[in-house]
Design a protein around this ligand. Structure first.
Ligand code: I3P
Length: 126
């Protein structure tokens, strides 16, 4: 019996909860507001969901779109200046959106940094 999955789902590389703060939109600075976010990494983008995974999928059916980050040409770097928290890295998109991601748990944030960096580096080769 064939199993049919949406293409999106096939491309998911990593997902889980992190602390997230968007600090700029199109180059315009935003007030920092940390919140837990469900993060979904696929080959070309990251999606941020405000809610639990389950809530997110029912909202999706209702037509709500998650915030999406285009990884083409994006930059990722650790930062100690942008937050008093530990384990913070920043993603900057070509369009000038800036996001901070954070976890208190070292191996979790390291895994995420590496996975996102790999996705960005892979895209740069194409
Ligand atoms: C911000 C809030 C953030 C903090 C930020 C504060 O205050 O406390 O958690 O960032 O520091 O301005 P408010 O809620 O009143 O906006 P960190 O937790 O990342 O340090 P910042 O201004 O130094 O970025």
């Amino acid at each position: 019996k064939d199993i049919i999955l949406p293409l999106e789902q096939l491309m998911v590389e990593k997902e889980g909860y992190l602390q997230k703060a968007k600090i700029a939109d199109g180059g315009k600075k935003l007030r920092k507001n940390w919140a837990t976010s469900w993060i979904v990494l696929s080959s070309q983008k990251i999606e941020f969901y405000k809610e639990s995974k389950q809530q997110a999928s029912s909202n999706m059916k209702a037509g709500h779109k998650p915030e999406s980050v285009d990884l083409f040409g994006a930059r990722i770097e650790w930062t100690k200046e942008k937050s008093s928290r530990k384990n913070v890295f920043q993603i900057t998109t070509v369009s000038g959106n800036e996001f901070l991601l954070q976890s208190d748990i070292d191996f979790i944030i390291l895994d995420w940094f590496q996975a996102i960096k790999n996705a960005i580096d892979r895209l740069a080769k194409h």
